[in-house]
Unconditional design. Sequence first.
Length: 147
Amino acid sequence: MAELVYPSKEWAEEWCKRLSQNKEYNEAGKGWVSPILFVVTDVPGQVLDYLGVKGSNALAMKLYLNNGTCQGVEFFNDASKADAPYILEASYNAWKDIISGKLQVVSALMSGTIRLKKGSLFDLARYTTASVIMARISNEINTKFLV
């Protein structure tokens, strides 16, 4: 599989596809029925230029998660135009560390590296296993980081 640049629509679509195809995630995500918006802040200029994004340095991908599957993705070149019942926000470098396996998603959330901007931490905590699997699946994507 070709390298996919993070964060791009193609990368988000591949992640969504892999989530739906993963039996472990299918089980762990049962009961979760809300979209989640992943906001990437402080995106380096080189990445924005590559993606053709002007006027914003915060991108977002909304995953439509439903009972252990991902039913689609929306990609936003301007995160301020996106909304969802749950919003997780972190810098480009923090997401990069999670996707490359250098940072664990649960410790990133507990330390404030990933910020819950909207939604219930109590509800998210019930799906800790699903979030760990989601992060692990993101590690498996042939990802290219431009910076």
